[in-house]
Structures are given as C-alpha cells and as structure tokens.
Design a protein around this ligand. Structure first.
Ligand code: BGC
Length: 404
C-alpha cells in the first residue's frame, strides 16, 4: 500500500516535471518565428558559444560584419556558454528559416538531436572552430590545425630550453636568444600543463599536440612533471575558466613546489588559463625564477602580460581570416558548389583541406584548416599589421579593434 502510494506520487511528480519542462521550453523558444523571417536574400544563422569570452565575441563580430558586407542577412546568437541555451538558439535559427547554420559548439556532444532537425529542414551545418561530435548532420568543419596549436606550445618551450630547434620559429627572432631566466635544476626542466574544457573537442587536440611533443623528453627524463599530472583528464579546466586554472595552479604550487622546487614552464593551452597561471605564479610561487608561460588566442590581457614579461608567447589564430574563409566557403556552398580540395586555391587565405583526420564519431568531417602562428614580445607588431589590433596612445599595449 505504502509502496503503491509512493509509486503514484512518483509518477505524478514525473508528469508535473515533464509538463513544467514543456512549458519552460515553450517560454524559452517563444522568440522563434514559425515562418521565414527573412523573405529577401539568403540568411546565415550563427550560434556562437559565448559573448563574454573575448575570442568568441570577436569571431561573432567578424563573421557578422563580413557576411553582411557580402550581402547576406545574419542572425547571430550567443549562448552564454550554456549548452541548453545553444540548443534553443539553434532551434530558433532553424525556425527562422536560415539558409545555413554556423555553429561554434558550447558542448560538442550535446547538439545531436537539434542538428537532426536542421538536417530534416535541409539546412547545411558548418562546425565552426570546434568540431561537433556524434552526428552526421555536420557538413563541414572550419578551424585551425588544432593539433599543431598544441605542438607549437611545447616546441616553443623546448626551443627556449635549448632542447630542440625548429626552423618554423625562424620568423620570431627570439628563440635562439639566451634567456638568463632559464637554467636547469639537476639537468632537468620542471613543467606543468593546463588543458582546456572537456566539452570542447579542440581541448583534447591541443593537449595531444602539446603532450606528444613533450613525451620523448619526459621519457628520457629531461622534462619532469612534478605534479604527476600527465593525462588530459588530470589537467582539464572546465569551461576554460581563468579562476579554475588559478585555483588548480595554486594547489599544484602548494603541493609540489612549496619546498623550493623550481618550476620552469607552465604549458597553458590557451590565454584564459594562462591568465590564471600567471596569477597563481604571482601569488603562490616563491622560486627565484619566473616560469615560461604559454597561451593561445592573443587576448588583450595576455598580450599585456607578454609585453610585461609575465607570459612568454601566445599561439595566434587570426580569427578575421577564419571569418573570411567561412564567408567564401558559404558563398560557394550556397551557390551549389561542392567544397573540396579544388576550392583551396581560390581562397584568399592559406588553409589546408583535410578529409581524413576529423572523425566526429559518426563521420569523418571534411575540414578546412588555417595555420596558427606564434606571437612573442618580438613580433607583436605583426598583430597591428594584420589590422586586428592597435597600439594604445602610449604605444605600450595593444587594444582590440573590436572594442574589447
Ligand atoms: C578555441 C580556442 C579558445 C578556447 C576557449 C577553443 O575551442 O579553439 O581558441 O581559447 O576554445 O574559448
């Protein structure tokens, strides 16, 4: 009897929860139109991960501006790093009748059902920068060579330690300079790694490139990881959070460096986490050297740190170029062309076509990959030359042209 009552009340609670969810969903998607919103011309629907992350806010702006000047309508939505909201945003874009979807996933594994709806509606889907996983509804992937990004982080570090030399860094004019700050302790260098968000497929690729490059040196004992954190999972940082990276590095410093052990480098896999690393070094590292800190993106605060000597380098991915390539590929796609190797030569920006490496679990996604470069104090002017940044009035720090 008691059991029956419990079952009845559980069932009725479940029903109420279902009803509530449906009502919430309806409230949430009430911004979606049920018929085509844009009767004239072609419309590009863009679902960006978040506006508060400098990188995505910049991508969103560049994409919008470039598509609009090419004559397209643009509906741009930012999903506040919230995967539920992003699914909802994409449903809205589908309902609004966009002709193509460009999606930078918050959680690459959480879009399968929603993208099925795009597929039913025959809307091509471009996975932007981050590969969308476990769905065959993705048509193309446009990004940078993400494994190479990770390699650059470690290769730069190895070259600074004079453990290896890479011709690819010749343009930097700094990696052969002797850095008085760098010396070995017992013939080995102590390194820690900070990886990214497990929900972002790129994060594993960056880590893979970085770790694979270090592996032979770890095996031979010239590189040591005193914390013992060797795997992606041990080093992951949810949502690429600066605060979390800061706390994790504080813990690492307290547990493994409190006795005066020297830390030579922190291979932070992007600028958000590099910022946390630099904060932790300032507050919680008591060695008499300053570790080499890497990063990725060219965020304004990190470029400041590069100028101030608190971050050694950042792997720069010119997102304006990524937007240009996206516009060109979408133009070709919407005019009925197949996107394959043959289109590469007509693109205004150098990139490679790859139809072998990007397996999302359901298909190998045809990919267009741009090439990342390294920025240090020595070549920071190239960012200004690229037209994406400007110097402040004292010619001391860089400011972004997009206002952040
Ligand atoms: C991007 C990086 C970015 C990170 C955090 C990755 O998917 O490729 O450029 O730093 O997300 O937003």
């Amino acid at each position: 009897m008691i059991n029956n009552n419990t079952n009845i009340s559980k069932t009725s609670i479940r029903k109420h929860i279902m009803l509530l969810l449906i009502v919430l969903l309806m409230i949430n998607i009430s911004g979606c139109a049920s018929k085509k919103l844009y009767p004239e011309g072609k419309t590009v629907g863009i679902a960006m991960a978040s506006k508060s992350i400098e990188r995505w806010s910049r991508d969103g702006l560049f994409l919008k501006e470039k598509f609009e000047s090419a004559g397209y309508n643009v509906e741009l939505r930012y999903s506040n790093s919230d995967s539920y909201q992003q699914n909802n945003d994409i449903e809205c874009l589908i309902a609004d009748g966009v002709d193509v979807l460009i999606v930078c996933a918050v959680d690459g594994d959480a879009l399968t059902q929603t993208l099925k709806n795009a597929q039913y509606a025959q809307i091509p889907v471009i996975s932007y920068d981050r590969l969308i996983m476990n769905t065959d509804a993705v048509d193309y992937y446009i990004s940078f060579d993400n494994y190479e990004v990770g390699c650059l982080l470690s290769e730069y570090t190895l070259q600074k330690f004079a453990l290896a030399s890479f011709d690819k860094f010749d343009y930097l004019n700094d990696v052969n300079e002797f850095d008085e700050n760098i010396e070995t302790q017992d013939g080995a260098y102590n390194v820690e790694i900070i990886a990214g968000d497990p929900a972002d497929n790129n994060a594993r690729m960056f880590f893979g490139g970085a770790y694979d490059t270090l592996r032979p040196y770890i095996e031979s004992g010239v590189i040591k990881i005193p914390s013992g954190k060797m795997t992606f999972e041990q080093n992951a940082t949810n949502d690429w959070s600066t605060d979390l990276a800061y706390q994790n590095m504080q813990d690492t410093l307290a547990s493994y460096y409190g006795d005066g052990t020297r830390l030579d480098a922190i291979i932070a896999n992007n600028d958000n986490t590099a910022l946390g690393a630099a904060q932790a070094v300032s507050s919680d590292y008591f060695g008499n050297n300053y570790p080499l800190i890497t990063g990725q993106d060219g965020n304004i605060a990190n470029l400041r740190n590069i100028i101030n000597g608190k971050q050694a380098m950042t792997v720069y991915k010119n997102v304006q170029d990524e937007a240009i390539v996206t516009v060109e590929l979408v133009k070709a796609l919407l005019s009925g062309k197949t996107l394959d190797e043959s289109i590469i030569d007509s693109l205004p920006i150098e990139c490679v076509f790859d139809n072998k490496s990007y397996d999302n679990g359901k298909k190998i996604v045809d990919s267009f990959l741009l090439l990342p470069t390294v920025i240090t104090k020595n070549n920071i002017q190239t960012l200004v030359d690229s037209g994406n940044y400007r110097w402040d009035e004292n010619h001391e720090y860089l400011l972004s042209l997009t206002g952040d």
